[in-house]
Design a binder for this molecule. Structure first.
Ligand code: PMT
Length: 413
């Protein structure tokens, strides 16, 4: 189930300069296009030595610009001056990869090719995001570092560079970061003035894990997908997001501060630190599937199969209820949203939890449905509030996340 995202229908100019990393810009153009962005590629003359314009044209389904002297005859632009049209229509100017040379040109206002002219014409019209790619010596040269400072001071945003092995065989800072990460930076920049701009949101995700002995534990089937989608949707809306997660294998959305925890008590500690206290968060959204019980004792050594079956027993004890503990704090989040994973009497159980845990809203999901709840990519949820309920149809977890974030934005204090 494909969903709309902050990238859908956004007009992105992708500037590509002369670096071997230009081949990775093809994957980037493809990824942005798959997300529904309208990607217009401008290539410098040196970039065309590494990759053919036709490659980008095939991947984006749109014309590719390679010269200042191109008019609307091939591009269908709003005016016949390509750089003015492109800069006017863009939601974002992304230059990936950007060489030291292009950084220097933009830092000093030089404009002698279509990309540098477009960058100059973009000022105050759309944000500029750049992903550097160059050898460590070039990046760490004081000249380049001074240009980095100039660009930052003028509001240019950076995606990377990363550190690691480069095509030259050298290692260090200056490596082009991965296309998926750059797409994440695009989301962050496009969302920065969204409905939660400047607001702080804490999200929990994944399962908690309660150890039984050094090799075994009790847990549940939560994959973290729903919670991570909420964290991404909150970034897309401009929020400052902290994601407290149990053990899952998902990449961290760009722009999110991630706090990894294992068991319920460490998740409680992290939630109290990040969501309550002197400076409580604006919203707490608890999508984590928290283990309600833990073994009363953790065996120091691996429990052996040779043990007498008559003595095979695990005594359990209750874990703290995180949401209930949050509700008892004097300084708590302005809005608190919980989830209810239910296998029967969905609404009644959710209403009981809404009241008992002092929530503003609870997202009830029926975990008996094969296409909703744990581990799958879709969910079918009901928003339960004290004033009533809102049933949502089956949708992707990304869409559920966007609806929850929209609800938070509408109800923020
Ligand atoms: O991670 P996925 O694979 O994408 O699956 C998503 C999900 C099914 C895990 C998610 O949509 C969901 O329903 N999360 C809550 C699951 C759950 O633990 O529900 P609950 O009814 O046991 O708890 C109710 C609320 O209290 C939840 O917000 C939970 O985070 C919180 N809780 C629970 C126990 C506890 N000790 N402390 C808590 O704060």
């Amino acid at each position: 189930m494909s969903s709309k995202s902050i990238l859908t229908d956004k007009h992105i100019i992708l500037g590509v300069t002369g670096s071997i990393a230009a081949y990775k810009a093809c994957a980037l153009a493809s990824r942005l296009t798959q997300h529904g962005a309208l990607v217009d590629v401008i290539m410098t003359e040196s970039a065309t030595r590494f990759v053919a314009p036709l490659t980008f044209q095939a991947l984006t389904g749109r014309p590719v610009y390679t010269t200042m002297w191109q008019t609307d005859a091939s591009g269908g632009l709003g005016t016949h001056i390509a750089h003015v049209s492109l800069a006017h229509e863009a939601d974002l100017l992304l230059i990936a990869p950007i060489t030291a040379n292009m950084m220097a040109k933009i830092a000093h206002g030089l404009a002698d090719d279509l990309l540098s002219v477009t960058a100059l014409a973009s000022a105050n019209r759309c944000p500029i995001l750049i992903a550097p790619a160059m050898d460590v010596g070039m990046y760490e040269n004081p000249v380049t570092l001074a240009n980095v400072d100039i660009l930052r001071s003028r509001g240019v945003r950076f995606a990377g560079p990363g550190s690691g092995r480069m095509a030259s065989g050298l290692e260090g800072l200056g490596r082009f970061i991965e296309p998926d990460e750059i797409a994440g930076h695009c989301r962050r920049v496009l969302g920065m003035n969204g409905s939660l701009a400047g607001r702080r949101v804490v999200v929990t995700a994944g399962p908690t894990r309660e150890p039984l002995d050094p090799v075994r534990y009790l847990t549940n089937y939560s994959s973290g997908k729903q919670g991570f989608a909420i964290a991404q949707a909150a970034v897309d809306a401009g929020a400052v997001v902290t994601l407290i997660t149990g053990p899952v294998s998902l990449p961290t959305p760009i722009g999110v501060e991630r706090v990894d925890v294992l068991d319920t008590r460490s998740m409680l500690d992290a939630v109290l630190v990040h969501a309550t206290g002197d400076d409580p968060t604006d919203a707490l959204i608890m999508a984590a599937a928290v283990a309600d019980f833990r073994p009363e004792e953790i065996a120091e050594r691996k429990i052996k199969k040779t043990q007498d079956p008559a003595s095979m027993q695990i005594d359990l004890t209750y874990n703290p209820d995180i949401l209930y503990e949050v509700s008892r704090q004097t300084r708590k989040p302005l809005l608190t949203v919980g989830f209810a994973a239910e296998s029967d009497d969905l609404i009644a159980h959710a209403q009981e939890k809404l009241a008992r845990k002092s929530l503003d809203m609870i997202v009830a999901n029926d975990i008996t449905a094969g296409d909703a709840g744990f581990a799958v990519d879709t969910n079918r949820v009901v928003f339960v509030m004290s004033e009533g309920i809102e049933e949502l149809p089956l949708m992707s977890k990304e869409e559920v996340a966007q609806r929850i974030v929209a609800w938070v934005a509408e109800h923020q204090m």
